[in-house]
Design a binder for this molecule. Structure first.
Ligand SMILES: Nc1nc2c(ncn2[C@@H]2O[C@H](COP(=O)(O)OP(=O)(O)OP(=O)(O)O)[C@@H](O)[C@H]2O)c(=O)[nH]1
Length: 494
């Protein structure tokens, strides 16, 4: 069992694969933002600071009402916000944030920046449209202006306070947007990798198919160039062949713009122009033979490059864990985001199972690492056998797995989790020497509760799994998010 998600663990702390720490996002690359922020806070005159604090203290609740009232009117926001959450958590936290933003000293910049970064990452995970956030900021500034005008004794002070408040809100927004963009870019890259992975699901078969299509083109060329009347060049061009079309429409989309894809395009274009230029002049068998040899050399080069490209994506990074062949955990955010959107659009609920093998260390210690590997493969096969084709199975860490069950009720999710627990407990792994080793697993279940952040449903499943461990292992525990137990569930709880 790896440490709970609230604790951090680095790869360096462990020799074999355990739950890897999330890849850290790069630090802010523009120190000018922090300097500017400090300078602005330093420059706020004491009189203005006091005025802004009064405006927020007196007008804060109305300001928060206005901000969220406006937000909730946008139908897109209903996906991210609900009335209770706004009343209980978001309004008070908006007021606190505003008070801190407008009253901090220059030494508070790092903390403010960290908050904005956090909010930016959360917004990105949730997928909040940026225009909703900027509109909120505009409303906030309008209300601040009104409050300032009302309380400031003079026009001059009001103007100064408005300029300060605007600058501070803008810079906070900038810091948040930077974090938002970085998160979205990183997620976009993984989504892209997943698309590639889905596109070329069966890499081995696709590679052989494309090699065969290239050969078909070569044979057609051979046939044409060894005949007495080869006909026009155009139909013989590689770009017109089935391989050429595949490469243009799917290969390029799958492999992306790399040195290899560029090289393939270059060679193919050169081959086609050679064919067009030389075929009409190749009136003798010898000339056509020479042309054929040149074109086949080009095809050989393309074949090697395409093989290399397929091999390049055939490794673990393409999406599957090398040992268990289950999905790599880096695609988990992509899948969870998609399931959250599906639930928002169709009402179909999904669930996450966090499954951790019990006392796995003792298998390695007693029977060796190979026996441990065999047990992991065995469990992965049981997971495949005992879930539906529409479910997603991830190797999450060393001896931890995550199952994402789409379109399930809480009862379905519990039944599937119980089925998995039972399958593992009743199917010992048989080692190379014939020894039969019993295995058990602790499983945490969480059904998505409508919260837009996928980290939350994962953390809930994780917490339930820890409860299953604490409760004695070999059991299923449900995180109900505080909901009353459906009939029959309590019996499963740890
Ligand atoms: N053979 C093998 N072992 C692994 C792999 N990844 C992680 N492990 C081992 O899994 C074990 C996990 O041990 P712990 O985290 O202490 O948990 P545990 O022994 O399963 O105990 P509980 O989870 O508390 O029931 C460690 O011994 C790791 O070395 C792997 O890929 N292959």
């Amino acid at each position: 069992m790896s440490p709970p998600r609230s604790q951090t663990q680095t790869r360096a702390e462990t020799q074999v694969q355990t739950r890897p720490a999330p890849r850290p996002l790069p630090p802010p690359d523009d120190p000018r933002l922090l300097e500017d922020w400090r300078r602005r806070l330093d420059a706020v005159p004491e009189e203005v600071r006091t005025l802004l604090a009064e405006v927020v203290a007196a007008g804060g609740p109305a300001l928060a009402d206005h901000f969220y009232g406006d937000m909730l009117e946008d139908p897109r926001a209903s996906r991210y916000l609900n009335v209770d959450q706004v009343r209980e958590r978001l309004k008070p936290s908006l007021q606190r944030w505003l008070a801190e933003l407008l009253s901090a000293g220059a030494d508070g910049v790092e903390a403010l920046h960290a908050t904005q970064e956090h909010v930016g990452h959360v917004h990105a995970r949730i997928g909040i449209p940026v225009d909703l956030v900027s509109r909120g900021a505009r409303r906030l500034k309008d209300d601040l202006h009104a409050g300032i005008r009302q309380r400031a004794g003079s026009e001059g002070l009001a103007l100064e306070a408005i300029l300060c408040a605007d600058g501070l809100v803008d810079i906070a927004l900038e810091s948040m947007t930077r974090a938002y963009s970085r998160s979205r870019d990183a997620a976009g890259q993984v989504d892209g990798a997943f698309r590639l992975f889905s596109l070329i699901q069966n890499i081995g078969t696709e590679r052989e198919r494309q090699r065969a299509l290239l050969l078909t083109w070569e044979n057609a060329l051979l046939y044409a160039l060894t005949s007495d009347a080869p006909g026009p060049a155009a139909p013989l061009q590689l770009s017109r062949s089935e391989f050429g079309l595949w490469f243009l429409h799917k290969g390029m989309a799958s492999f992306g713009d790399t040195a290899e894809t560029r090289e393939v395009n270059l060679i193919a274009a050169r081959m086609d122009s050679t064919l067009r230029a030389r075929l009409p002049e190749a009136t003798t068998a010898a000339a056509r033979r020479e042309l054929l040899d040149e074109l086949r050399a080009g095809a050989d080069a393309i074949r090697s490059l395409v093989t290399m490209m397929f091999d390049g994506i055939g490794d673990l990074e393409s999406g599957r864990d090398a040992l268990t062949r289950l999905l790599n955990r880096r695609f988990l955010p992509t899948i969870l985001r998609r399931e959250i959107a599906l639930q928002a659009n169709t009402g179909r609920q999904f669930a996450v199972l966090m499954l951790d093998l019990d006392h796995f260390k003792s298998i390695n210690d007693t029977h060796g690492h190979e026996a441990g590997d065999r047990a992991l493969k065995h469990v992965a096969a049981l997971l495949v056998e005992n879930t539906r084709g529409s479910d997603y199975l991830f190797r999450y860490g060393g001896e931890e797995f995550v199952v994402v069950l789409g379109s399930v009720s809480l009862d379905d999710a519990i039944a599937i989790a119980e089925g998995l627990r039972n399958a593992i407990a009743s199917s010992p792994v048989v080692l190379a020497d014939g020894t039969s080793l019993p295995l058990t697993a602790s499983i945490g279940v969480a059904v998505q509760d409508g919260h837009p952040d996928y980290e939350r449903v994962l953390a809930r499943a994780d917490a339930a799994m820890y409860q299953a461990k604490r409760g004695g292992r070999d059991r299923v525990v449900v995180d109900d998010g505080g909901l009353p137990d459906p009939p029959g569930v309590r019996a499963l709880r740890g």
